[in-house]
Design a binder for this molecule. Structure first.
Ligand code: ADP
Ligand code: ZN
Ligand code: MG
Length: 495
């Protein structure tokens, strides 16, 4: 191994994130335009405020502040008595005013943290700050990516959508951790009801990565502030998914390590994640804070948030709900984790557990439903309108109308594959459990038709009973309950 390669191996990967999440409000943060632009023609969800026309004044949307306070409480952040807005000045076509209204020295949340699981271990990452700001418009590069496009179209429908920018401490040590963190963050935001992960571009990540000499890492895993500042880092922009974040950072880690191995220095710069090519490309040298000429937004007075903090409550969050599921429904840690993986899953489980046996409900949601959804690569949100039917299916099992096996292997699968409702599948496939009289008849017939097996049974051959059960099952088309058949047979034979 060369000396350089050895040196690069002693480097520790350090990552910090700036996560932008769109807050799910009906209207934009400083005007009354709708935030729902999914079906709208470009540039039709706009007004003088979000187009930055001269003289148009911003009015703060209460809903955005409420969402920010909820997030602050969920990440255990300090929410100051007073918060304020600043102008961040830069010229870019997606920003019609040439400044973005954001927060600077008085963000609404400071010093929070988020705990998540990574490979079975609990990890906590510090959150330096989280602040409110407006989303810029969106650029649509035509005929290529950002560096190869022929021309670019612009759509201001997105301009003014409320954003929360969540800035973590550089506490991540690998790309895999980032992915788990983002999944947990989304889960918490969805529990709070402030975020819609199905909205296009609702989560966007700028990821900072540097390599720090191993000897700078303390025994507790912390790295000295001065060593963090000294390390040249790149900021990767344009990441829009958990998977994208993991891929972009793995790429960036390798690229930086290769540079060091070849004896080159990593340049401090902003890079762009090109999802389709799976690489990061250099965009510009990193801008510095002083470039932005921050100053107070005089059109918005400082906001007193102390009262909001008192009045706004947050719902039970995933970790607390998982613990409650373990206690209340006597579930294993693994089952409780699965059942609280998203709010919809947890709500559906509680709906079933309130009505049927909690263990039966757990099997149906955690194993059967999630298993079949996973197999089809879809989410519970994709079948939200059919959960009533799944509820009915569980009822059929709970009331012993059909066997668990038929319910799982035939009814549920057909429900998902061709959209048939459970009662129709049961009827079409003749899965209704055979009436007791009919089973009893089949039992008597099996005993009468199979004297050899009966004799073996009396001789103590336990296999004989299984054979007879099989005969009855065949006779009843598989719709009898094997346990019941077994009992009826023994009763008949031991009579
Ligand atoms: P700047 O003011 O230059 O934007 P900040 O201190 O605001 O820097 O941090 C921006 C982001 O960079 C944060 O997410 C932080 O965690 C991350 N960061 C800071 N130092 C490092 C580092 N050495 N390596 C990777 N990320 C870092
Ligand atoms: Zn507007
Ligand atoms: Mg910064």
């Amino acid at each position: 191994m060369t000396a350089q390669a050895a040196r690069s191996e002693e480097l520790v990967t350090v990552i910090g994130l700036e996560v932008h999440v769109q807050l799910e409000t009906d209207t934009k943060i400083f005007c009354g335009c709708s935030t729902d632009a999914s079906d709208a023609e470009p540039n039709t969800r706009t007004c003088p405020v979000c187009l930055g026309l001269p003289g148009a004044l911003p009015v703060l949307n209460e809903g955005a502040v409420e969402a920010a306070v909820k997030i602050g409480k969920a990440i255990d952040a300090d929410i100051p008595e007073e918060t304020a807005f600043h102008r961040k000045n830069y010229y870019y076509p997606d920003l019609p005013r040439n400044f973005q209204i954001t927060q600077y020295d008085a963000p609404i949340c400071q010093d929070g943290e988020l705990t998540f699981s990574e490979s079975g271990e609990r990890r906590t990452v510090g959150i330096r700050r989280a602040h409110l700001e407006e989303d810029p418009g969106s650029l649509q590069h035509q005929g290529g990516s950002i560096d190869t496009a022929e021309y670019t179209l612009i759509n201001y429908n997105r301009a003014g959508t409320p954003l929360m920018e969540i800035v973590t401490r550089p506490d991540f040590r690998g790309a895999d951790e980032v992915r788990s963190f983002l999944a947990k963050l989304e889960e918490v935001l969805e529990y709070l009801g402030v975020f819609d992960s199905t909205r296009d571009g609702s989560l966007r990540v700028d990821a900072n990565l540097s390599l720090v000499p191993g000897e700078e890492v303390g025994d507790d895993g912390d790295i000295d502030e001065s060593a963090l500042d000294a390390a040249n880092r790149t900021e990767v922009k344009n990441i829009t998914s958990h998977k994208g974040a993991e891929k972009a950072l793995a790429y960036e880690e390798t690229r930086q390590k290769n540079a060091v191995q070849r004896g080159r220095e990593v340049e401090q710069e902003t890079r762009h994640w090109d999802e389709s090519r799976g690489i990061t490309v250099s965009m510009r040298s990193k801008e510095e804070e002083k470039d932005y000429r921050y100053f107070r937004e005089a059109d918005l007075p400082p906001l007193q948030v102390a009262d909001w903090k008192e009045q706004i409550d947050i719902p039970e969050l995933p970790d607390a709900r998982r613990e409650r599921f373990r206690d209340e429904y006597d579930l294993s840690g693994e089952a409780a984790s699965k059942l609280t993986s998203t709010k919809q899953v947890a709500d559906f489980y509680e709906d079933l557990a309130g009505e049927f046996d909690p263990d039966l409900a757990a099997t149906w949601v955690a194993d059967n439903l999630l298993g079949e959804l996973n197999y089809r690569d879809i989410e519970i949100t994709d079948v939200e309108s059919r959960l009533d039917e799944v509820h009915r299916l569980v009822e059929l099992v709970a009331e012993d109308e059909i066997t668990a096996k038929n319910a799982r292997e035939t009814v549920l699968r057909r429900m998902l594959d061709d959209g048939t409702d459970p009662d129709s599948v049961v009827e079409e496939e003749g899965l209704g459990k055979t009436g007791e009289g009919e089973v009893q008849q089949a039992v008597e017939a099996a005993v009468a038709d199979n004297p050899d097996a009966v004799e073996d049974y009396y001789d103590g051959d336990d296999g004989a009973i299984n054979f007879l059960v099989g005969q009855v099952m065949q006779e009843t088309g598989g719709s009898a309950d094997p346990g019941t058949v077994n009992e009826l047979l023994r009763a008949e034979l031991d009579d």
